[in-house]
Design a protein around this ligand. Structure first.
Ligand SMILES: O=C(O)CCC(=O)C(=O)O
Length: 267
């Protein structure tokens, strides 16, 4: 199984991420990784709590499980030994990548589950731009099966206007708009990617994204890794997602220690 990306990370990848806040990378993982993680995902689907902690969307129409990497097994191997951290570090321009958490999203065939528009920064108890989401497709993801959709360029709008959405209107900058109602807005650039198993989408923590149901006959499986780069500092707030076994750190401190191990360094 490959430790380093199978293809070169190009300046075009980096520029696209810097400009749009989202970039697709194809063919970076070998088929052994994809087979292994696909079968690991199926095991989680059969018995979620044996492998991790159910996420907010866990239910019949979606498997949503986090923190599988904390236990020995395929998810931990993937986090430490796959090219995921190197890909991320090179694209976001961080000298160090630490683990934050993993999150598996499985939409079974004919799932009606809609993930409403949101950005991940809403839930992360940190400041900093270098908390991307590397979403690895373990199946085909397309319009029919419920691929994820993004708003290219929107993270820059959030940064320029100091916007971080909350879960509710009374948190942070209020709730994330329902961009479904703004499909015709010429200022919004909706983008999505048809993915094959092994393709990844890397996106910025302020990137609004959503997904619709899976009307195909096969499951749609995505494994999201959320990773920390150099500029991340602890910034607790009551509505932020707790991290199991981790006490709140003082605001401004850099996350480190055994729950945030270094995965990759630019040597
Ligand atoms: O997999 C999906 O449909 C949604 C993914 C998502 O919201 C995320 O990775 O933050």
């Amino acid at each position: 199984m490959n430790k380093h990306p199978l293809r070169k990370i190009t300046s075009e990848h980096k520029q696209t991420y810097a400009l749009d806040g989202v970039v697709v990378l194809r063919g970076m993982f070998d088929s052994d990784w994809i087979k292994l993680m696909h079968s690991a995902a199926e095991q989680v689907m059969a018995n979620p709590t044996a492998y991790g902690i159910p996420g907010p969307s866990q239910g019949n129409d979606m498997t949503s499980v986090c923190h599988m990497w904390r236990k020995p097994g395929e998810f931990r191997d993937f986090v430490f030994n796959s090219p995921a951290a190197e890909i991320t570090g090179k694209i976001i321009g961080s000298s160090t990548i630490r683990m934050y958490h993993d999150h598996l999203f499985i939409k079974p065939p004919h799932s009606r589950k809609i993930m409403r528009w949101h950005h991940d920064a809403t839930a992360w108890p940190v400041t900093g731009e270098q908390v991307p989401n590397l979403w690895l497709s373990l199946t085909k993801a397309n319009e029919q099966s419920g691929r994820v959709e993004f708003l290219a360029g929107y993270p820059k709008y959030c940064l320029d206007n100091n916007i971080v959405y909350g879960f509710n209107n009374d948190q942070a900058s209020g709730i994330c708009p329902d961009f479904e109602k703004r499909r015709e807005d010429p200022n919004l650039n909706f983008v999505s990617f048809d993915l094959d198993p092994g393709d990844v989408v890397l996106f910025h923590p302020l990137m609004p994204h959503h997904s619709k149901g899976n009307s195909s006959d096969k499951p749609r499986i995505g494994l999201a890794l959320r990773l920390f780069g150099d500029d991340v500092l602890w910034s607790p707030a009551s509505h932020k997602a707790p991290i199991p076994d981790v006490e709140q750190l003082p605001a401004g401190q850099q996350p480190q220690g055994k729950y945030f191990p270094i995965l990759w360094q630019n040597t």
